[in-house]
Design a protein around this ligand. Structure first.
Ligand code: OFO
Length: 174
C-alpha cells in the first residue's frame, strides 16, 4: 500500500516521463524536417523508451493498489536551435529525471517503503546508462565540430548508435 505522498510523487514521475516522451517525439519530428534521418530515428527510439518508463510506473501504482493518473499533455517546443543544442537539452532533461528519481528513492527510504525502493532500483540503473550515453554522444558531437559538413557526420554517428542499440535489444530478446 502506497502512502498518499508516495502515490502523488510517483504520479508526478509519470508526468515527467510522459513529457520526456513527447519532448523527444517533437525532437524526432524536427530532425525529420531537417533531413536528419539517423537523428530522427534515434529520437523516436528515445521517445518510445520514455513511454515505456511512464507505463512501468503506471502499472506499478495499480499493482500496489494505488490510482495512476494519466498526465495532461504539455506542448513541447517544436523547433530547436541546432542538433547539438537539442542533444544538450536531452542531456539536461535526463539529469532532471535522475534528480527526480533520487528524490523518490529518498522518500521511499524515509517511509521504509521497501517495495517501492526495490521498484525504483531499475530506474537508478536506467538513468545512469542514459546519462552516460548522452554524455558520450555530446562528446562525439563536440569532436565532430560545427562545420557545414558536420551535420552529415553527426547524423551518421546517431545512425550507428541506433544500429548498436538495436543489435543489443535483439540479443537480449533471444
Ligand atoms: Fe525515463 O527518463 Fe530517461 O531514461
Amino acid at each position: 500500500m502506497l502512502s498518499t505522498k508516495m502515490e502523488e510523487a510517483l504520479n508526478n514521475q509519470i508526468a515527467l516521463e510522459g513529457y520526456a516522451s513527447f519532448l523527444y517525439l517533437s525532437m524526432a519530428s524536427w530532425c525529420d524536417t531537417e533531413g536528419l534521418d539517423g537523428a530522427s530515428r534515434f529520437m523516436h527510439r528515445q521517445s518510445q523508451e520514455e513511454l515505456s518508463h511512464m507505463m512501468r510506473i503506471f502499472h506499478y501504482i495499480s499493482e500496489v493498489d494505488g490510482h495512476p493518473i494519466t498526465p495532461s499533455v504539455n506542448q513541447p517546443p517544436l523547433k530547436f536551435e541546432s542538433v547539438r543544442a537539442m542533444l544538450q537539452q536531452v542531456y539536461e532533461h535526463e539529469q532532471k529525471v535522475t534528480n527526480s528519481i533520487h528524490k523518490l528513492v529518498a522518500l521511499a527510504n524515509g517511509e521504509s517503503d521497501f517495495t517501492t525502493l526495490h521498484f525504483l532500483q531499475w530506474y537508478i540503473d536506467e538513468q545512469r546508462e542514459e546519462e552516460a550515453l548522452m554524455r558520450s554522444i555530446l562528446d562525439r558531437v563536440k569532436l565532430i565540430g560545427e562545420g557545414p559538413q558536420s551535420l552529415y557526420y553527426i547524423d551518421k554517428e546517431l545512425e550507428r548508435i541506433n544500429e548498436v542499440e538495436e543489435a543489443a535489444e535483439a540479443a537480449e530478446a533471444e
